[in-house]
Write a protein that binds this ligand. Structure first.
Ligand code: CP
Length: 315
């Protein structure tokens, strides 16, 4: 199991024991506190070409908790991207200033492309600067999945044997793609709840079929709410629809309110990668089953553990 200088591009690049190792380190950090000497003198780059609150700030918080400095931009306004600089040239340049690059970019595959750039750069005698994918278009969001699985394990004491419903925009929602790939490493049943136009893509389901993972597709939350252990709600990703009329046809399609939630098991936990728009009503926030804000909090220990591992500060 080797993490040092490793790119984190797809959750599929990790094996189950590696994910479990990250969770052990995260749990240690949560219980024992953060050691500020672990990443002293290191610099974490945060290149966010798209909006973010949780991913960028929890990585920043995690880096600072371990003593690292952060260098970042949030949105391309004010950067030389506005003058036409390519992703390759930006990565080639900023790799001189930092020890790891966390990036979010609107294009599917951009993180893999950036990882290839720093790998090739290393063949010219530079240190390899690992790339961490903080979300690439509608493709993947692997570190969100790490904190999602950590949250599942923390609330249910296991992942194996669980039944999980993934609800909402499963077509454009990159968190549900990475989560599906990760769940394929465990013994779970997945219920995909979405309108036909936003169902989980075929490239994800064919991956699950090859792995022999049980999944079903549904259009209504009511079909699954009474049996599932986790409901993972997602926002309809308005910004990824090529045609706003198509968005208008599906907006507001799911709404978890107190009445609907009351049909779920008391042990069920309601998760959401956030931000929410209107898919969970505010009166649900105080229900014991709601876990989305704690889930966002779990981003700090999980991302701290990951940074420490890929920078060789823990093993
Ligand atoms: N879950 C998530 O990626 O949130 P942000 O877009 O705020 O980073």
């Amino acid at each position: 199991m080797e993490f040092v200088n490793r790119d984190v591009v797809s959750i599929k690049d990790f094996a189950r024991p590696e994910l479990e190792h990250i969770f052990e380190k995260a749990e240690d950090m949560e219980k024992k506190g953060y050691d500020k000497s672990l990443l002293k003198g290191k610099k974490v780059g945060l290149l966010f070409y798209e909006p973010s609150t949780r991913t960028r700030m929890s990585f920043d918080s995690a880096a600072q908790a371990l003593g690292a400095g952060t260098i970042w931009f949030a949105g391309v306004e004010g950067t030389s991207v506005m003058k036409g600089e390519t992703l390759k040239d930006t990565i080639e340049t900023v790799a001189n200033y930092m020890d790891v690059i966390v990036m979010r970019h609107p294009f599917d595959g951009s993180a893999r492309w950036a990882a290839d750039v720093t790998t090739k750069r290393a063949t010219r005698g530079f240190n390899k600067v690992p790339i961490v994918n903080g979300g690439d278009g509608k493709n993947e969001h692997p570190t969100q999945t790490m904190l999602d699985l950590y949250s599942v394990q923390k609330t249910q004491r296991r992942v194996d044997g669980l039944e999980l419903a993934l609800v909402g925009d499963l077509k454009y929602g990159r968190t549900t793609h990475s989560l599906s790939y990760a769940l394929s490493m465990f013994d779970t049943k997945i219920r995909y709840v979405a309108p036909d136009a936003l169902q989980i893509p075929e490239h994800v389901t064919s991956f699950l079929k090859r792995k022999g993972i049980a999944f079903t597709k549904h259009s209504r939350i009511e079909e699954v709410i009474e049996t599932v252990d986790i409901i993972y709600m997602t926002r309809i990703q308005k910004e990824r629809f090529p045609d706003e009329n198509e968005y208008n046809k599906v907006k507001g399609v799911y709404r978890m309110d107190k009445k609907l939630l009351s049909r779920a098991k008391p042990t069920m936990r309601l998760m959401h990668p956030l931000p929410r728009v209107d898919e969970i009503t505010l009166d649900v926030d105080d229900d014991q089953r709601s876990y989305y804000f704690q889930q966002a909090g779990n981003g700090v220990p999980v991302r701290a553990a990951l940074l420490a591992l890929i920078m060789g500060a823990v093993r």
